[in-house]
Design a protein around this ligand. Sequence first.
Ligand code: HEM
Length: 453
Amino acid sequence: MTNPTPPFVSGALPLVGHALRFSRDAYALDRRGHAEHGDVFAIKLGGKPVAVVTGAEYNKLFYTQTDDALNIGDVYTFLKATFGEVLFMASKESYRNQRPILQAIFSRERMARYVQAMQTEVQLWLDSLGEQGEMDITAEMLRLTQHVAGRAFIGAEFRAELGEDFWQDYDALSRAIDPLTPPNLPLPKFRRRDRALRRIRETLLPVLAKRQQHPERYDDLITLLLEQPQKDGTPLPKETIIQLFMGLLFAGHETTAGQAAWTVIQLLQHPDYLAQVQAEIAEQVTPGGSIDGGVLRNLKHIYWAIDETTRLRPSAPMQLRLVERALDVGGYTVPVGWLMRVTAATSHHQPDVFADADTYDPLRFSPERAEGSTFDIIGFGGGLHKCTGMNFAKNEMAVITALIFQQFDLDLLTPNTKVITGVGANRPSATTLRYRRTPQVESTPAPEAVLVA
Ligand code: HEM
């Protein structure tokens, strides 16, 4: 006897199915589906049925069946027009071939250097703010995360090497991401994308050439992409290096910017927990001192806050796959040709996994409580395609949080920041903070330094 297919949420309209409700408020739709049918249900986007699953067991199945019964690349075809066949947009074979390079990019030793780049750029940004004023933290994080990525991946000279227009061109790529429209229609946004792609190529080719001519002078991401062979021993073609570089910026930019802004906003919304974070910063982060792996390891309350923001305000609140081989899930069978999806709307709010699940409570991630297992949280994905930039993003958010609260008193002037949803990552609506620089207590010089002076 074959299983039935997952039951549909009520309220589908003729032709469009749940598409309107989904685009208006996907969280509400998923929660209704869960209330009606439990951990496995279905929605219809236009004519396309989508099975939606909740909870560690089914999320794990979703991630471990990716590249087997479930296909990741074909649901992101709209990204290929911009970034080409790289990362999760590549075929299974190309992905496996590129994978050692992805791992090398985020090795422990490289991460140590990325953290230095993060500190430098965050400090430059904080220094540029002056003594007091107001800022939109959402917009500031979008710019800051670009500069961090520039310095981390291209090096200290990234401003000169990438030039003034690079980020505008990058923005044109970002704005042309559109899952619904064929990517080669003669629309202005696609023409702007193609012009931007040509200019980015013209900017990056000389950057590659300089590193090829003088590899001894560079030790950055581009050099690594030029030197590190793929799994089959062949080097990455230059065009692929450019695509991979742009793909990495894209995967990591708006996602990190949104969650970094939310981390700060949610801390300001919860002064009791913020006080614990500030005490930790005062104890662990020396004013003017260097932030390295040792310091980061001690910023436990900050990382719990980052995890709680990932749970409650994820930038990537759902992930999608195409079903290539029928899958049995919770007494149902999801047929070939359906889509399948995991969702933070329900997985991140399971009442039997997270105490008082809708409440902000970072201490739930402390070792004493340790709520939720690896597959209960889907904010950075899971399995083979789990976000390779996760530690980069978390460390960046930790450095931003530590330094901004160390050096400024902040007031939240926007009372109700909203989640903005769209084609790309979720992000907070514009949120104004008033800031005032706090006097920094200089660290006491070590006795030897006094003697030398
Ligand atoms: C808060 C910030 C970030 C969030 C929320 C996030 C989220 C995610 C998620 C959910 C996936 C899995 C997609 C899927 O399974 O369909 C993913 C994959 C990926 N992310 Fe991130 N990401 C973040 C930051 C970054 C950064 C900073 C980078 C790089 C600098 C990055 C690079 C990647 C790459 C390369 C993949 C593909 C991994 C693979 O297919 O093997 N991400 N990310």
